[in-house]
Design a protein around this ligand. Structure first.
Ligand SMILES: Nc1ncnc2c1ncn2[C@@H]1O[C@H](COP(=O)(O)OP(=O)(O)O)[C@@H](O)[C@H]1O
Ligand SMILES: [Mg+2]
Length: 122
């Protein structure tokens, strides 16, 4: 479970695209701005990319069936996790993005044993 924090345009989607490409995904990686969720299979993994910026409320979350995606197996990237603070499982990894002049800063931290193991191998 990876939370991606940062303003619009801070580079959250771009990082997910880069990770998917690095895993061998050759299709188009578009922002889930309107669909809220885009699913992927790459590198032998099931990945889910959420952008919750346009999520209206918890009811919409439940009715879309998003809870089923949190099966403990999928790799989950969540843009705007702040939208549903009480519904999401805790993050293994959190990344804070900040815009600098021509590039981006990313502060990456692990909160769990799983997250720490991932970062050690990154
Ligand atoms: N590391 C980076 N360096 C330079 N430009 C970047 C970087 N990451 C993203 N961008 C640019 O910023 C814009 C918005 O990025 P995006 O990943 O869609 O932001 P977010 O998902 O956080 O809203 C894009 O035009 C992208 O090319
Ligand atoms: Mg985005």
């Amino acid at each position: 479970m990876i939370y991606l924090h940062g303003d619009l345009g801070a580079g959250k989607t771009t990082l997910v695209r880069g990770i998917l490409n690095a895993l061998g995904y050759t299709g188009r990686v578009k922002s889930p701005t309107y669909t809220l969720l885009e699913p992927y299979q790459a590198g032998g993994l099931d990945l889910r990319h959420f952008d919750l910026y346009r999520l209206n409320d918890e009811y919409e979350w439940e009715s879309a069936g998003f809870r089923d995606e949190f099966d403990g197996r999928n790799v989950l990237f969540i843009e705007w996790p702040e939208k549903v603070p009480n519904l999401l499982p805790a993050a293994d990894i959190e990344i804070d993005f900040a815009i600098t002049n021509l590039a981006r800063d990313a502060n990456i931290r692990a909160n769990t044993k799983t997250g720490t193991t991932c970062l050690e191998r990154w």
